[in-house]
Design a protein around this ligand. Sequence first.
Ligand code: GDP
Length: 743
Amino acid sequence: MIRIALAGNPNSGKTTLFNILTGSTAHVGNWPGVTVDKREGTYRKKDVSAVITDLPGIYSLSPYTPEEVITRNYILEEKPDCVINIVDATNLERNLYLTTQLMEIDVPLVVALNMMDEVKRRGESIDADALAQKTGVPVVAISALKGEGIDKLIQCAVSQAQHPRKGTTVLKDGNLKHLIGDIRIALESLSVDNTLFHAIKLTELDELETSLHPQLVPMVEKFKATFEDDTFGNDFEAFIANARYSYIAENFARALKTSGKQTGLTRSDKIDRVFTNRWLGIPIFLAIMFAVFHITFSENFLFLKAFIPEDWESLSGTAFSGVFGAGAVNSPGVILQSLTGVFTDWLTDTVRGWLSTSPQWVSGLICDGIMAGIGSVLSFVPQILLLFMFFSILEDSGYMARVAFILDRIFRKFGLSGRAFMPMIMGFGCSIPAMINTRTLADEKERTATIRVIPFFSCGAKLPILTAVAGAIVSSFGVSNADVITFAMYLIGIVTAILTVILMRNTSMRGETPPFIMELPAYHLPQFKSLMIHLWDKLKHFIKKAFTIILASTIVVWAAMHFSFDWQYLTDEQINQSILAGLGQLTQPLFTPMGFGSQLGEYGWVFAVAAVSGLIAKENVISTFGTLAACLGAVIGEDPSGVQYVEQMITFTGATVAGLVAFIVFNMTTIPCFAAVASAKGELRKGTFHRTLLFWLVTSYTAATVVYLVLSWWWTVFIVAAVAAAAVWGIVVYNKKHPVRSI
Ligand code: GDP
């Protein structure tokens, strides 16, 4: 089978093309020794089959980032049969820079001119043939988004793979080219292949290359001593980079033709005038986010409550009662969630029926332990998927890049760059890829600070906690709306992140904020197929987790709840003598300042147990409630139905609104799940990692305590403000006395 590698700039559409080519065969691994994703899959159509490797997105083949080194080494050492260089046609000049370097390697090469749909939409056209003629490399116009030109591209790559290709360069004849020629001869005598590529890199005094062939460095140094260019002195790297750009500008300005239909501002520019406006940017961002939360979580959809009689309940008296609304209309997200609740209830009842003659502990373990635990988490999956669908749309349409841009403008003053916001925003999905993504941050301290705050951007696994507890607050206390609470909790997470980053960048993590140069991609409609692939990945991930780690945890929780320390089996009524209750009661006082510790009633330890079980996987918080509620429900002869696990907990323990909100805040900001802790460990130095764990604990403790205090006794806000002001004053004075040394 032939091996094809995809190489290109970030955002050139590599992932989109890769997904189209490989479909469901794709699998993700790691490049050896680093945590950059390695994605591989197979392309099969008619008689053609090929292994496709997606190389990390890069702007050049220099040795400065792990992505560049991986791509370069892969092509040079693994020698794929053909490289497809995917080029963003709407950004031709910048993208061709990488092409000019790939051309220098002795590997069959095809340029895939992507985003041609966008070029056409702008009323422009690109002459692919002229480009091919000039570069000597076949060029195929495609649109990965629309799936156009893909077969032709693969046919071209397969046919190119049959013929070896010698590298060519765009550097002009001249003194430098003589030097390159001399180095090639020397390399040939050392039996090195890819002499053109290596010779040019040696001329640039590229650090990977000079360590490979140190004996040839004096040749370059000697030449350097005699060379002087008006603009670049004898910096060959800059000289060569400039030569590449000049070549591109001279030759390919003509490949791009504008029909004249569209002049001035593009549609994206016009949208951006509003969306990235200095004053409107942030309010628009907040409004969009609120709309997303409203559609996903609200039980008072479109605020129709005022117009609906209070005793109204949809489909009352049926199994579906309240699914579409009770007292108000449910949002689409809540309807989906209620339907899943109806299904999991039905399933549990059916299984309970089957097991009616089996020993009590069997039906207890299966129905109250496993099914209640897993069911409580799975019932949130529809809402999680809906929220992710909105996040993916915002991301794929190009809007999230604007958010980083807007935030950069404000937070640069506080030592935080927009570049750091990208991984943070990724944290809404999952902290793990987000932490790995911080590798794009050059400044070590900015990177550490970013990794630390990523978990505050509430990930998918924390959503059940937010939704379940917010829902319980609304139904038990009749305050607010679930969407408002969930939205506010997300904002508290973001604000905590920003405040702690500012704090770190002004104390232990001081340093310069590098400039943020980012290209804003043109807005476009997200592609349905890639959206579905995204959601399917998320769903697979959740289901896999539900039947592995969450399943195991529910069994452990159930067992710890039904056995005493001397291994006696306990009935539901005796729960307070169980191992779980013992451990819970022991840790409970620690949570008292946050409002869900010793002040709670008889079963108050359940909150402590749930919070600690969340350290394994955040979904466990709710599955633990599910298991506990199923057992405790039996004590008072009430079966928890649907998703009212937390309501049950409130009835049992007497938790207050303030304590419940603090419980959410604590879980959102404390040490993340095991897997995220492991990635933080991989990304940070040892000492820094230990301090990071402490940082998470202290932050969550402080944030949850402040929330509890202020919500319980409003006047404590003055004390909190005074302490914060004193701290800020202390830091400002300290920093004045110890200014950061410029590097
Ligand atoms: P990668 O960073 O190179 O993997 O790029 P992605 O595949 O994530 O694509 C970046 C953005 O460009 C995404 O929002 C895609 O939907 C979009 N995109 C990819 N290919 C095309 C295309 O052919 N036309 C248009 N208009 N957009 C595209």
